[in-house]
Design a protein around this ligand. Structure first.
Ligand SMILES: [Zn+2]
Length: 141
């Protein structure tokens, strides 16, 4: 709908908490960790966009399917879609994957661990979100 802005959904709409990339990740219960955040984006803050290497999205989806962490019992909606499907579903190897109820971890060559929401696969595929280069390298390693 022309002229519709995300803010018109009002405070009742669930918004993914926004955290800049590569800031310290705090786990459930606000527990400090050594991991860095990647992909905790939302509609109300600008985020980097651009082209990503072929294969990044399937690699992210494989992590979501095979190594989900901090799984919860509800799905986080996408705050960036105008009219988001709920829950967000993507396909991997012919199977449907639900996104928004878990996180993934990726460890880089330098030993740094990255913590991302499973919705990062949707953000990259649908909203051209461009994660930090070191994260992309770590996912593809
Ligand atoms: Zn979306």
């Amino acid at each position: 709908m022309p002229g519709t802005s995300h803010n018109e959904f009002g405070p009742s709409r669930q918004i993914v908490s926004h955290h800049p990339d590569l800031t310290a990740y705090r786990g459930p219960g606000d527990v400090p960790t050594t991991a860095l955040r990647v992909g905790w984006i939302s509609a109300d803050h600008p985020f980097p966009t651009g082209d990503v290497p072929t294969g990044l999205v399937p690699a992210l989806l494989r992590l979501v399917r095979d190594h989900p962490v901090n799984r919860v019992r509800s799905w986080e909606p996408c705050s960036i879609c105008e009219d988001p499907p709920y829950p967000i579903v993507m396909e991997l190897d012919g199977s449907k994957l639900h996104l928004g109820d878990a996180e993934i971890r990726v460890r880089g060559e330098d030993g740094i661990e990255y913590a991302a929401p499973s919705l990062i696969a949707h953000y990259v595929a649908e909203h051209r979100y461009l994660p930090p280069a070191q994260f992309i390298d770590a996912v593809r390693a």
